[in-house]
Design a protein around this ligand. Structure first.
Ligand SMILES: Cc1cn([C@H]2C[C@H](O)[C@@H](COP(=O)(O)OP(=O)(O)O[C@H]3O[C@@H](C)[C@H](O)[C@@H](O)[C@H]3O)O2)c(=O)[nH]c1=O
Length: 386
């Protein structure tokens, strides 16, 4: 039996890829674990969810993991909804009709949040926490995750940085992780890059550059869109050899295809690499928490509006970074997102894989970015004060 005060509902529709479910699942788990809340996570697409939570049964109506009740969100609802203290509509998904009809009739409706996408743009500070009368007598509050103290903050579990530092202090963790994937030819001091991005024509140029690198370089590629581009490039190469199943060698470049794992496993992968290429919203943030240099392949939007978002983030990230390094890093990210292969290679070479200044900056950034409190902490406070 859930007590009303401790019962929260989160609704998530999977639009595309794994970011929507990735963010809501992470938040649900943290709220259950750190705030002892009874979280119901309603998800319309369990098959996508199962990619990042392999234990999930895509045919079950309700199931429990890490203290979170996962409910298959069907239309009409097969599972009865009872009002709790808070209701979160993730990324402007539309609440089920049954709930919309019920909400105005409740004597004390739940605090209703619309959880927005993360952005570093400054306008979000003025919109964060604003309410609108979404239904007669019922307000919906706009919650904007962000990088400032005034915004809704960033998802980050308690103790995450300590856990990551501990992992990174042990040289054998990198090896044991690669061995857990069945990869036996990665040495502790080999350069390792992870690649989780969308299809990108610039990759062909970068892969060619990497294959000519003077030292051995490993590229770890989880299955998905980025891997498809890598495989197309491989099919055009005449000198590909295979040493292990799903590993390919082109000159000095070792490409390893990885299965998708759960989110903890993916975090460990990011922590173990020297450089990460990430995408979307959630892997982008996790790359920052990994404290390693990265490229962000932002989710493309119409009329290139994503480039405005990219620019806003890069300005924040670079504001106290040495100007010459900042310039090259920003140009690298821009070129990658514009799929300009020659420019990507030019800025990659200018920066160098282990740019000391950039690496040092990546270590300090998480501490600065989190401000005084993470997203879950700010969300719980805001819900209490309504
Ligand atoms: C590679 C890998 C990823 N993951 C997780 C990390 C993240 O939670 C999730 C990937 O999500 P993202 O990085 O956000 O990228 P994405 O491209 O999958 O999701 C995107 O979907 C669009 C609809 C949104 O508008 C975008 O903002 C973005 O969220 O998958 C694993 O758990 N295991 C893995 O092996």
């Amino acid at each position: 039996m859930q007590s009303i005060q401790r019962h929260w509902d989160i609704f998530c529709t999977v639009v595309d890829n794994y970011g929507d479910i990735g963010v809501t699942w992470r938040l649900a788990r943290q709220l259950a674990h750190e705030y002892n809340l009874d979280i119901n996570l309603w998800v319309d697409d369990l098959l996508s969810f199962a990619h990042i939570l392999p234990e999930l049964d895509p045919t079950a109506l309700t199931q429990q993991f890490y203290g979170v009740t996962v409910i298959h969100w069907t239309q009409p609802l097969q599972q009865h909804w009872t009002a709790g203290a808070v209701l979160i509509e993730a990324f402007a998904c539309k609440l089920p009709d049954e709930i919309q009809q019920l909400l105005p009739r409740l004597p004390s409706p739940p605090v209703w949040f619309n959880l927005e996408y993360l952005s570093a743009e400054s306008w979000i500070d003025d919109c964060h926490g604003l309410g609108s009368s979404a239904l007669p007598g019922v307000k919906k509050i706009f919650y904007f995750p962000g990088f400032t103290a005034k915004s809704g903050g960033l998802i980050c579990e308690q103790g995450l940085f300590d856990k990551r530092e501990h992992w990174q202090r042990q040289p054998q963790t990198k090896l044991s992780l690669s061995q857990s994937y069945g990869l036996t030819n990665i040495n502790a001091d080999d350069m390792v890059i992870s690649l989780f991005c969308y299809e990108n024509a610039a990759l062909n140029h970068l892969l060619a550059l990497w294959s000519d690198s003077p030292a051995k370089l490993h590229l770890l590629v989880p299955r998905g869109k980025g891997l498809a581009t890598v495989k197309t490039w491989l099919s055009t190469q005449s000198d590909v050899s295979t040493s292990e199943p799903r590993s390919y060698l082109v000159k000095n470049l070792h490409i390893h295809e990885l299965p998708m794992t759960d989110q903890q496993g993916y975090d460990q992968l990011l922590w173990s690499c020297d450089f990460n290429i990430v995408r979307g919203e959630d892997s982008f943030l996790r790359a920052q928490w990994a404290a390693k240099p990265f490229i962000w392949h932002i989710y493309p939007q119409e009329e290139d509006t994503h480039l405005i978002k990219l620019d806003a983030f890069m300005r924040r990230y670079c504001h106290n970074l040495a100007p010459a390094v900042a310039e090259d890093w920003q140009q690298l990210n821009l070129a990658f997102n514009q799929q300009d292969g020659p420019a990507v290679c030019r800025y990659w070479q200018k920066l160098g894989l282990v740019n000391g200044v950039l690496s040092q900056h990546a270590k300090q950034w998480p501490v600065d970015a989190i401000n005084d409190a993470d997203l879950a902490n700010r969300l719980v406070k805001m819900a209490k004060n309504r």
